[in-house]
Write a protein that binds this ligand. Structure first.
Ligand code: GDP
Ligand code: MG
Length: 599
């Protein structure tokens, strides 16, 4: 393929600004997908994507477009996720492209993830094609949105901003011409040794690991003897192909092209995204820079409701497709064997839980998530040590702790001015430290330093509801900072339940533990005997309630029995309570949800 006729580009935007819908229109307009096959957000093929209307996994599609100059161009489009939790996916995709379409919903204007995604593209030096979407909508604010785009990136000040409706198809024909004329062709050398970037991978039960590649130099031929540079893994290109959007085999991929290689490798760990693929006979001299491993944000325990082995298998399969999901074994006294998993955020966690349920039919219990902590401990006669804790049950004993540090982020909130006061109060309540404030078009930009643990859970929902859906936010990691954090232990019927322990700020203890024990009173399955539920901090009980006993036999059938029989039954029931084993406590998902709902 003549690489002057290739365009590799990604579509980036804030969530819901219309990337997947635009991908649909581009595939339709270029006849990659026939009218008959077309369904809305066609690339969102995973069950969870359809359920949430959100793209989780980037997808690649090759389209052929006959431009007005009469030439056939190969347009390789990569649809990316917009949710903050999946920024890592966006970064991977961008490294395989030569330019981006920055898509902005004209009814909403520039939002926090528009800025965050723009920054990713800008830092990679990628040319940007600005596009306003949803101009068909009655509430479209075209001039204001254009102004915001120009303020975001001064390089776009003089540029034409394209106006489209991805829904109706308006402006798509012009946009296709703009892609050809305003985005660059790839640069590379067809005659150099093969150098290809593995920018993603998927796992096929029959074919093993399928690597998604962008060929930088040389040619990738079917049947070629190849090698991955990072670990020296050798492989044979069993099949080479392109996505349209399903896999279509081809004989070769040349410099500048994007496609896939069936590697025949069965162990997914052997193929890391970011690695460089080259030929065995004539290897390239230098590897591509590769990727940084994604940084986990939250951790949680995942336990099977019934079959441990099925869960293990399913999680391993999910981890293949999602390198940001990191798993270790975990053993809980209350829950038995399970896994500790690291996630990019709460939404990522929720998506994994749903995929386990819908794609694998596995019911799981997920414990309340937590961030990582750095704890300085001093044990008798030993030097001071710093330990990183990602599981509250492993939190050191309080009498050994010298200091605790938690991760903090710089949070940028964009909001219409009428919600500013409420949002500043919200940030305050979530232990935010005010840093900066400014105007961006009609929006106000608030910058806070915030503990990651505060925003990892329901901050986003609060932000949305207080601003009636208009505010958005993005975060950047800053590092760790000391905070007065303590571990809360939970006992049910005087037995410590390890899986319910959590870490919180001392100022929150009183309120949260009260709330928790009352929530647990409602959610812990009742027994024939009353069960005390208590929360402890540093060995002291700080909150307590009793889960009332079940007395259904006596109470429900009371009328049919004589008073004395009923009393005898109640006596028997209360005798039973003393025999009950303390450890035998059921912990359904609702119990952990109680922990999640703590303010
Ligand atoms: P993504 O998250 O950026 O991939 O956004 P989607 O493509 O999933 O679109 C989000 C929502 O916006 C969907 O309900 C679309 O139907 C709607 N949408 C997308 N493009 C347009 C448009 O041009 N006009 C209107 N009115 N709605 C649109
Ligand atoms: Mg999408």
């Amino acid at each position: 393929m003549n690489f002057k006729l290739i365009r590799n580009f990604a579509i980036i935007s804030h969530i819901d600004h219309g990337k997947s819908t635009l991908s649909d229109r581009l595939m339709e307009e270029t006849k990659t997908v026939s009218d008959r096959e077309m369904t809305p957000q066609l690339l969102d093929s995973m069950g969870v994507e359809q359920a949430h209307g959100v793209t989780v996994k980037s997808r690649t599609v090759q389209n052929t477009y006959r431009a007005k100059d009469g030439q056939d161009y190969q347009l390789n489009l990569i649809d990316t996720p917009g949710h903050v939790d999946f920024n890592y996916e966006v970064t991977k995709s961008l490294s395989a492209t030569d330019g981006v379409i920055l898509l902005v919903d004209a009814t909403q204007g520039v939002q926090a993830q528009t800025v965050a995604n723009w920054r990713l593209a800008h830092e990679l030096g990628l040319p940007i094609l600005p596009v306003l979407n949803k101009i068909d909508a009655a509430s479209a604010q075209i001039d204001e949105s254009e102004e915001q785009i120009r303020q975001l990136d001064p390089a776009l000040a003089e540029r034409k901003i394209y106006h489209i409706s991805a829904k109706t198809g308006l402006g798509i024909a012009d946009l296709l011409e703009a892609i050809v004329h305003e985005l660059p062709a790839p640069v590379g050398d067809e005659n150099s040794p093969l150098k290809a970037l593995v920018f993603d991978s998927e796992y096929d039960a029959f074919q093993g690991v399928i690597a998604q590649v962008r060929v930088i130099d040389g040619t990738l031929k079917k049947g070629a003897a190849l090698q991955l540079m990072a670990n020296g893994q050798k492989l044979l290109a069993k099949e080479v192909g392109i996505y349209r959007p399903n896999r279509v085999p081809v004989d070769e991929l040349t410099a500048g092209e994007v496609g896939y290689v069936v590697t025949g490798i069965k162990d997914p760990k052997q193929v890391t995204v970011g690695d460089t693929l080259t030929s065995q006979n004539q290897p390239t001299k230098t590897a591509l820079p590769g990727y940084q491993q994604s940084q986990p944000v939250v951790y949680a325990g995942i336990y099977p409701v019934d079959d441990y082995n099925a869960l293990q298998e399913a999680l391993q399969k999910l981890a293949l497709n999602d390198t940001s999901l990191v798993l270790t074994d975990e053993q809980s006294e209350a829950m038995g064997p399970g896994f500790r998993a690291a996630f990019l955020g709460i939404f990522h966690l929720q998506i994994i839980k749903e995929r386990l349920e819908t794609e694998f039919g596995i019911e799981v219990v997920v414990t309340a998530p937590n961030v990582s902590y750095r704890v300085q401990v001093a044990q008798k006669g030993q030097d001071i040590q710093t330990v990183t804790v990602t599981n509250p049950t492993k939190f050191p004993d309080f009498d050994q702790i010298l200091a605790v540090e938690e991760p903090v982020v710089k949070a940028t909130i964009m909001t219409p001015s009428d919600s500013v006061n409420q949002l500043m109060k919200l940030a305050d309540d979530y232990r935010g430290i005010f840093m900066d404030m400014g105007n961006q078009g009609d929006y106000v930009r608030l910058v806070y330093q915030m503990p990651l643990s505060e925003i990892a859970y329901d901050f986003f929902n609060q932000l949305k509801s207080l601003s009636h859906g208009y505010a958005s936010f993005s975060t950047e990691a800053i590092g760790y900072q000391e905070a007065d954090l303590v571990k809360v232990d939970v006992q049910v019927n005087y037995a410590q339940v390890d899986a319910l322990a959590f870490v919180t700020h001392r100022s929150r203890v009183a309120e949260q533990t009260q709330q928790l024990v009352h929530e647990l009173k409602m959610t812990i399955p009742r027994r024939l005997y009353p069960m005390p539920v208590q929360a402890l901090v540093e060995g002291r009980v700080v909150a307590r309630v009793d889960v009332p006993p079940l007395r259904k036999n006596a109470a429900v059938n009371g009328q049919a029995r004589s008073i004395s029989k009923k009393q005898a039954l109640l006596r028997r029931q209360s005798a039973n309570k003393r025999q009950a084993a303390q450890s035998d406590i059921e912990l359904p998902q609702a119990v952990f949800n109680a922990l999640l709902s703590l303010k």
